[in-house]
Design a protein around this ligand. Structure first.
Ligand SMILES: *Cc1c(COP(=O)(O)O)cnc(C)c1O
Length: 386
């Protein structure tokens, strides 16, 4: 990859210059008033991004996987039952984490490309007393979008906490944490939140904080424990320093800039822009005759596209697209890995990035021997954008 290649994978994504400038700025003390202000703003902003005025935010050094593990480890105790709504690779990962905390985990897995039916989820919840339900808002391995609002409502009805993996969704897909009654939402910095990899961001409802406080035993891992971090988050939000573990000063400063940009755009405008850009990809995909891995429009993500290779084309397509200046990703789902590819279109992505990507993919398909009309694909994307 050269500096001029366009990075269109499902994270890390292209970052805004102002975000990178904050990352590259001189590192201050974590007690410097400017850093305290930046951390405080990032905490307040993370609540607004999740539309979660009532939630407790946590921003901790680590990746999206750390966020997953914090969400699980703080509310799940040995012997608790956890229901995993399975839509792909990352849904399984959070289930494994719950197993490692000693939970009894039930998996309700859909066929790749689909989401388990709501009545199946409801039946499962009704049949056992679950402590928590996990759902992957967008499973990055399949490009499947889950109906988080409906699943969170079912969880509430049956007295279970809802835990939403928003790593590939938060900041791009519509999430209204308070209004939908989502208990824990989390993300990593490097996807639709628009800052380099290395931060876990969580917003935790009052109900989930109570469940954490009501634990019989402390969280076995000190670094994962909300109780260790809570006084730190609270202090920085109120302009005071506190120490548990050194905050990732530059990453948090970069996240502050990025979340500021998200809020300046406005969350509703942001959801709409992601829908519009995804719509342009959809139009181009149809013009090229490509089949999406998600089986229906209503389960298709707006932050990335997962597409089957057409007949006669294989994973060498990814390299051919790269030769045309655009970096896309291969498959990830273990059952289908070699049969599809993925294009991320989240965060700062623009209409011209979409057209550039469609053009590169279409031309690479032609070079791979597929019967694709590259001009028609570009025209379809442009038509959808205008
Ligand atoms: C990327 C991703 C993760 C893991 O995040 P890392 O930052 O790679 O640890 C978890 N869940 C989903 C849905 C993801 O897209």
């Amino acid at each position: 990859m050269t500096d001029r290649d366009l990075l269109m994978i499902p994270g890390p994504i292209e970052f805004e210059p102002a975000v990178m400038a904050a990352l590259g700025a001189k590192t201050t003390s974590h007690l410097d008033p400017r850093f305290m202000a930046a951390f405080g703003r990032a905490l307040v902003a993370s609540r607004k991004v999740a539309l979660a005025d009532d939630a407790q935010p946590f921003i901790v050094a680590g990746t999206g996987t750390l966020a997953m593990e914090m969400a699980i480890a703080n509310v799940v105790e040995p012997g608790d039952r956890v229901l995993v709504v399975g839509t792909g690779y990352f849904s399984d990962r959070i289930g494994t984490m719950a197993e490692r905390q000693g939970a009894k985990v039930s998996y309700l897995r859909a066929a790749p490309g689909d989401v388990p039916a709501l009545d199946e989820i409801e039946r499962a919840l009704a049949s056992g007393s679950y402590k928590a339900v996990t759902v992957t808002h967008v499973d990055t391995s399949t490009g499947v979008l889950a109906p988080v609002e409906a699943i969170a409502r079912l969880a509430r009805t049956h007295g279970a906490l809802s835990i939403v993996d928003g790593v590939c969704a938060l900041g791009g897909e519509e999430l209204r944490q308070d209004a939908w009654g989502v208990d824990i939402a989390f993300a990593g910095s490097q996807k639709a939140l628009g800052a380099p990899p290395g931060l876990a961001v969580l917003t935790v409802s009052k109900r989930a904080m109570e469940a954490h406080r009501a634990r019989k035993a402390r969280v076995p891992s000190m670094y994962l424990d909300f109780s260790e971090w809570l006084p730190i988050m609270d202090a920085y939000e109120h302009g005071k320093p506190a120490y548990f573990a050194t905050p990732a000063v530059n990453l948090i400063s970069a996240l502050d800039v990025s979340l500021g940009q998200l809020l300046a755009e406005g969350m509703d405008a942001r959801f709409e822009r992601h829908r519009r850009l995804a719509g342009a990809f959809r139009a181009a995909e149809q013009a090229m005759g490509l089949r999406t891995l998600p089986v229906r429009e209503d389960v298709t993500a707006h932050t990335l596209s997962a597409l089957y290779y057409p007949d006669g084309v294989d994973a060498s397509l990814v390299g051919r697209v790269r030769e045309r200046g655009v970096v896309i990703a291969g498959g990830l789902h273990p059952d289908l890995k070699t049969r599809y590819f993925r294009i991320g279109h989240m965060g700062a992505v623009s209409a011209s990035d979409v057209v550039t990507t469609v053009s590169a993919v279409a031309r690479a398909l032609v070079a791979s021997g597929a019967k694709v009309d590259a001009r028609a694909a570009v025209a379809a994307a442009e038509g959808a954008l205008s």
